[in-house]
Ligand binder design. Structure first.
Ligand SMILES: NC(=O)c1ccc[n+]([C@@H]2O[C@H](COP(=O)([O-])OP(=O)(O)OC[C@H]3O[C@@H](n4cnc5c(N)ncnc54)[C@H](OP(=O)(O)O)[C@@H]3O)[C@@H](O)[C@H]2O)c1
Length: 241
């Protein structure tokens, strides 16, 4: 991807930040837009901070306009997401704990925000060469793979995201047959998001954000257009919807 341009949304997050660093270290990208709600003030190497709040469409439209003035994108990764917030949002153990405000916020951040990101950034994907848009989803968003139940809101919001990604892939092929839209499961990764849920993990099953970023970029590098629309794990294996 020499001289390419990328956008990472959620660059303040554990995985998003590691993705930005990995792309920068690769030396393959002339510009990496690092989008977050409160970006650092200064550019560093090929990294260009950008204000992006996936819940604020006017901010996304302004970010898209800024990027488009400089050219098209080869890679977009939506790495934002929400599982818990203080005492206000906690993954449900039973349908009895379903709370309308929590469900609304999970769907807003994990499904609607990425959908709005697609609305504004899909048109910026390169049309004459391989281009990838990847959305960080989660294995627990797979309906077919759900044997434990629980985490109703998070699971539903990621299942909705997976359905949206499938729609994007079908539409995208019309403008660029080489373009790929996928949902990716990063594995269980040591970040703020997973911190409260790490106690019962099997030894060796927790990746660092740096390891996860390397896995995800390897998967992205190997995907073919025929695989567009799918949900894939950190190891490149397809996960059923
Ligand atoms: N960690 C895991 O084990 C794991 C497993 C499966 C799937 N995932 C998925 O991987 C993705 C990244 O997770 P992570 O572990 O890196 O979590 P994280 O460290 O908590 O990062 C989450 C990111 O989402 C951003 N975000 C939240 N709301 C936003 C909004 N309205 N606009 C823009 N950005 C917003 C946060 O920005 P602020 O800093 O501004 O809040 C932060 O950058 C998520 O989609 C998550 O569901 C993670």
């Amino acid at each position: 991807m020499a001289g390419k341009r990328a956008l990472i949304i959620g660059s303040s997050g554990g995985i998003g930040g590691a993705l930005v660093d990995a792309l920068d270290a690769s030396g393959d990208f002339e510009r990496i837009y690092a989008g977050s709600r409160q970006p650092p003030g200064r550019a560093r190497n090929s990294i260009y901070p950008l204000t992006i709040d996936i819940l604020d469409e006017s901010i996304m439209a302004a970010a898209a306009a800024e990027i488009s003035r400089e050219g098209l994108l080869d890679l977009v990764i939506v790495a934002s997401g929400l599982l818990h917030r203080d005492a206000a949002i906690r993954p449900e153990k039973s349908f009895r704990q379903i709370d309308a405000a929590s469900l609304t916020e999970l769907l807003a951040v994990n499904s609607i925000g990425p959908a709005l990101a697609a609305k504004h950034f899909l048109p910026l994907l390169a049309v004459d060469r391989r281009a990838v848009i990847a959305f960080l989803s989660a294995r627990v968003g797979s309906i077919g793979d759900n044997r434990l139940g629980g985490w109703h809101g998070y699971r539903a919001s990621k299942a909705a995201l997976n359905a949206l990604v499938r729609c994007f892939s079908i539409e995208l092929v019309r403008s660029n047959p080489e373009a790929i839209a996928v949902a990716l499961h990063p594995g269980t990764v040591d970040t703020r998001l997973s911190a409260p849920f790490q106690a019962r993990l099997r030894p060796g099953s927790l990746f660092s954000a740096r390891e996860s970023a390397a896995h995800l970029l390897a998967v992205i590098g190997q995907l073919s257009p025929a695989e567009s629309g799918g949900l894939f794990g950190w190891d490149g294996r397809r996960i059923p919807y």
